[in-house]
Design a protein around this ligand. Sequence first.
Ligand code: CAO
Length: 413
Amino acid sequence: MAEIVEVRIPDIGDFDAVEVVEVLVEPGQRVAKDQSLITLESDKASMEVPSTHAGTVEELKVKVGDQVGQGAVILTLAVDEAAATEAAEAGGAEAAPEAGATETAPPPAAPPAAETPAAGDGVYASPGVRRLARELEVDLDRIQGSGRKGRITKEDLLAYVKTAMRGGGALPEMPVIDFSRFGPVEEKRLSRVRRVSAQNLHRSWLHVPHVTQHDEADVTELEAFRKAHAEEARKRGFKLTPVAFQLKAVAAALKAFPEVNASLHPSGERLILKRYVHVGVAVDTDDGLVVPVIRDVDRKGIFQLAEELGETSQRMRDGQRRPDDFQGASFTISSLGGIGGTSFTPIVNAPEVAILGVSRAVMRPVWSDGAFVPRLMLPLSLSYDHRVIDGATAARFIVHLSALLGDLRRLLL
Ligand code: CAO
């Protein structure tokens, strides 16, 4: 005999009440596990709620227009016998799917949606646009939204289709190759973090004319200072990472060069200068690269920044990410110094206009006052949007930054 279970709204992040904008099933209909049952929409995100079990819909408990929150019953389901046994073993009907807010950087990013294999997962779009995209067999991942927070509007979808039909503006197609012809292969599904960051990186790569300016900072004194205070930080419960010093120096350099702490208006005619200094820091996680934002760097001390960095990067690795972790950065630092390498060319995290890549500091002989002296040199690579920043400004910025890192007392000037 079929068991009746209640399917409920899972954890939907920070929202107390979200509107039901679409009911995708009806009584008597058979549904598969993970099949979308309803669509919820807040002003920030649209999300589909999948079924926790396979079975037949008995009774709908919500309708379009209802406001619902976590735990509200969506419908009752007569669960298939086999599935019921499986569900009982897995902890019963309450075993709701996890719908963690896995927002990833950089914005505009995906809504705090339940992970579903639906096309367009990881994008902002209304259910109507999603439906139209399904009918037209368009992958929403490929479209850049022009709406608020990157939301894909119907016009964006239609413009994309028109361009595709004309064959203009599109990139030449990559050939589809069956690699198994050449040897054994295996397929691995990319995490949502990777898919979203791939899309953002690609968009920046295509839109932003990049130039990378390299320099070296003499961090011999800075490193000695950091080591001298490392123990004190450790006692206070955090690690005094070199990145905290880089953050502080970057904040001072951004104050001195406001056009680097800016975004180009979409019209391309105005620069939006930011009076705040929020800096994104690239953090490597098992899911891929995420870039949480450290706010008001100019107003925080180095100990505070180090502690916040440690706490934030740990939270990123533990998968405890919140949408606002990734919003509002005006500049980004990507440090590969803990790993190695001599220099690299980071991709600007648009709509920011510059990003600092930090490589591994090395001790080497530097010519000074007629003799070679051993100095610890830190390689810096500043990629910038050449539409906004010209070469001279970039060079002045990185020279200024190197000087700050070379002598922290300059931060006081
Ligand atoms: N040159 C030489 N050594 C460096 C260095 C540099 N530029 N930057 C860091 N190091 C050293 C550190 O001194 C540290 O050595 P010890 O363990 O001997 O003290 C080691 O590399 C690891 O450094 P870290 O953890 O302090 O800093 P990080 O650059 O690896 O990471 C941060 C920075 C803030 C993201 C950190 O909180 C974190 O999450 N680390 C994990 C690794 C990571 O995600 N790195 C970012 C990679 S993607 O851009």
